[in-house]
Design a protein around this ligand. Structure first.
Ligand code: UD1
Ligand code: CA
Length: 466
């Protein structure tokens, strides 16, 4: 069984958003312990919620259907949070893993090691600890002369002689359920913060001669707890560095890691080049040899091999095939599928549309709810007029079509294979294959007209005699 404590107000964040819903690497903080609980195969996952409980519950529920919620109201400390789980503990035998909702950096191996040691040593309580250069803010592990753990003392309750202790409580524990059932009810709130501290269980275990085990983290940064927005930013920076380091180890060229933002869910092939000031989020996959130029923002998209995402392009939920070129300043919205070697140029917006292989939409154009075949060429400043104020309609442009600049295509409409559209046309009817469509007023020439007109205007202003 795993219990995740997520009921606290997160007062130090100075934010209306519950702390565990603040995002780290694109995911709410609470996702990290939930993911870990799954990775160690917990048969039950209890999440203690309280502060803005409904909001937290909703955020978790849709992704983790098996999580059970326990309400803590009011929130009177971490020990009090655990007390709310007593009913469930009574139904359980064996180890209980307890994690904080705000310690996202733990690895699966660390937790497995902690659980293994707990079981092997038949401990009543196993505490994960870390030695930190700056332990400020954390509970400290107080040991006796022979190194046996006596208690955890919170920052605010520290005695002067305990200040130098650098070993801290990481806020992750394994308990024997019988021990919790016996000792949780005896916790007291007589401390500086007037809260029930879960950490007082260490002293309780000593008092009742139970076996206490501590496991020290080899990599102390795993213990980083997030209490403030600046801690969140620091942890995010560390996380980002490690994501980028792994990508570079796998042959991805990151030109400037300090200005590149890539979520850990993103995959990038070798010999891809990621230029500065780029943002690659969510479930994005980028193929090898692809170049992402400055200012690109790519979210939940698939980009093939040897493609180019040119500067300042924004791409959301799109698919781009091998060798395609997007941008600069292009906007691909949800449902855009761009074929091999196709080209979407500057100030072009594409939505819910398919562009076939080798098709070019190069300048100042809107393509929405459209299907474009192969080797289509759309001139500058064209629009698929897809919306009539009530419903969206599709435009179909078959293989080899050439659409002249400044053409409006009023959907639903089909442009047949290899047809051409004269520039400036407004197309309201289907065009058969191999045909030319001209849909504009015929040009008229009035020879010498401007000479006469200028003369008339000059005489008029002279006559006004000013
Ligand atoms: C806690 C530990 C401290 C440890 C640190 C590690 C206690 C008393 N102190 O301190 O020894 O070094 O974590 O990060 O446990 N929560 C509830 N209900 C409450 C209060 C808190 O569910 O009434 C939850 C919070 O949402 C949070 C977690 O418990 O996820 C820890 O609470 P927090 O207030 O951040 O504890 P710390 O002061 O960091
Ligand atoms: Ca904390």
């Amino acid at each position: 069984m795993t219990i995740i404590l997520a009921a606290g107000k997160g007062t130090r964040m100075k934010s209306n958003l519950p702390k565990v819903l603040h995002k780290l690497g694109g995911k709410p903080l609470i996702e990290y312990p939930l993911h870990l609980a799954k990775s160690v195969n917990s048969e039950r996952i209890l999440v203690v919620i309280g502060s803005q409980s409904e909001m937290v519950r909703k955020a978790i529920e849709h992704r983790h259907g098996n999580a059970e919620f326990v309400l803590q109201e009011p929130q009177r400390g971490t020990g009090h949070a655990l007390m709310q789980c007593l009913k469930h503990l009574a139904e359980h035998r064996g180890p209980v893993l307890v994690m904080s909702g705000d310690v996202p950096g733990l690895s699966g191996e660390t937790l497995e090691g902690l659980l293994r040691s707990h079981v092997k040593e038949a401990a009543s309580l196993t505490v994960l600890t870390a030695v930190l250069e700056d332990p400020t803010g954390y509970g400290r592990i107080v040991r006796d002369g022979s190194g046996h753990p006596l208690s955890v003392v919170e920052q605010k309750d520290l005695q002067a002689d305990q200040e130098p202790i650098k070993e801290i409580n990481a806020g992750v524990y394994v308990f024997d359920s019988a021990f919790l059932i016996d000792e949780l009810p005896s916790l007291s709130d007589e401390n500086v913060q007037g809260e029930f501290y879960l950490t007082d269980l260490v002293e309780a275990a000593g008092r009742t001669s139970r076996k206490i085990l501590t496991v020290q983290l080899a990599e102390p940064t795993e213990a980083r707890g997030i209490n403030t927005l600046s801690e969140l930013a620091e942890v995010e920076k560390e996380m980002r560095d490690s994501i980028l380091r792994k990508l570079m180890e796998n042959g991805v060229r990151i030109v400037d890691p300090s200005s590149t933002f890539v979520d850990d869910s993103v995959t990038i092939g070798s010999d891809a080049v990621i230029h500065p000031c780029t943002f690659i989020y969510g479930n994005t996959r980028i193929g090898s040899g692809t170049v992402v130029f400055p200012g690109a923002v790519i979210t939940d998209s698939v980009v093939g091999k040897n493609a180019e995402i040119r500067p300042y392009s924004v791409i959301i939920e799109a698919e781009i095939a091998d060798g395609a070129a997007i941008g600069p300043f292009a906007h691909l919205r949800a449902g855009s599928v761009i074929g091999q070697k196709a080209r979407v140029g500057n100030f072009v917006e594409v939505k819910k549309s398919v562009l076939g292989e080798g098709t070019k939409v190069s300048h100042l154009t809107y393509v929405g709810d459209a299907t474009l075949g192969r080797e289509v060429n759309i001139g500058a400043g064209c629009v698929t007029c897809n919306y009539d104020g009530f419903a969206k309609h599709r435009t179909t442009i078959q293989d080899g079509v050439f659409v002249g600049s400044g053409t409006m295509m009023v959907a639903p409409v089909t442009l047949g294979t290899n047809c051409m559209v004269a520039a400036g046309s407004t197309i309201t009817h289907d065009i058969p294959e191999d045909s030319l469509a001209i849909a504009r007023a015929r040009q008229e020439i009035k020879k010498g007209w401007t000479v006469k007109w200028r003369k008339k205007m000059t005489q008029k202003s002279d006559g006004e005699g000013t």
